[in-house]
Ligand binder design. Sequence first.
Ligand code: FEO
Length: 406
Amino acid sequence: MVRFLTRKIADNLYLLRLDDDQIRYFEGLWEVPEGITYNAYLLVHHDKYVLIDTWKHAYASEFIEVLKGVVDVRDIDYVVVQHMEPDHSGALPKLLEENGFKAEVLGHPIVKGMIESFYHISPKFRAVADGSEIPVGSEPLKFFYTPWVHWPDNIMTYAPSLGVLFSSDAFGNYSIPSTVFDDGGLSTTYVHYARKYLATVVGHYREHVLKAINKLGEAGIEIKVIAPAHGLVWRSNPKEIIEYYLKWARAEGVKGKVVAIYASMYGFVEKAMREVTEELSERGFKVVTYAFTDSQHSLLSEVIGDALDAQALVIGVSTYEAGAFPLIEYLAELLARKTASEKSVLIVTSYGWGGAAGKKLADVLTSAGFRVADVIEFRGYPTKDDVVKLREAASKLARELSLISD
Ligand code: FEO
């Protein structure tokens, strides 16, 4: 059952949160058994009511009901559309209808045309300029363009009197947190879900995350609270999640972390991967393994999230129809799009009568910037000699990662 939550999070600021535990695939793509929240905010500024974002279209009626618990919807003066992806803008038409189209919509210039094409409505619209301030009541709201975190329209909104940065998708996390705030500090659970969110949703545009954080730093604003559009509100130590974001945006590897990914139809590749991962574990590496076999399928979203901060990857794949096994080929393309970096990759590949998978995978990953450390190819089930080669390749990779010495 989805849950709706209203919480006063500051004197004049309300969080309106939809806890969506019915969703299975965020954006129709990413498996999220942990669910997700959509966070909208209502700011009351000296008798002026400012709504920042909304919810998904499917919950537009519920959004209006929840909003009515806090304000007469006809009294809303401004709606800040920080991002047009429909998980945040979906309830906008219903809201404006209930509001009598009285409110002025504020957003990036591109938003006007997006509203018209997405929802076939033309509300009063004011484009905000990057770095500009708009007085609301007796106090200003400040706006920052943060394009491509996640779409070109993304902006962030800063309320100076509260020190609150409304950050849209940035600093968001998957899951339905049991609390509103991150009080008690950043737990490993939410680090995991924030990294997974960044990798899957914004991973392709990570350089723009760095630009956005740099821009906020140069603006010299004091950020006491980060209020994202998904997940926890960060107030315990907002700098901490920013630091994580910087590391993830650079795809910095956690020393000693290797992500092993393989598909194995009949156990041949699985045997080879076991040899490689055992060798790495024996040499002090923490190996996180994701498998695709006839008895299990890992979640693609988890693979992408975990790969982002791995020090290296090991990928096991067999040749299939003169190419790479399709699931792994698809995953390699996702890795290239979302986690492209200079990480080392060891490819382990099996064939029955003609090898093609290793080269195919190496081409995809190399063109995204990965460093293919080795391609170890063997025919059928790995022989004793193959096992020696596999363990030597793992050992060489370990040495290259500078974690062991001979
Ligand atoms: Fe949460 Fe890009 O939308």
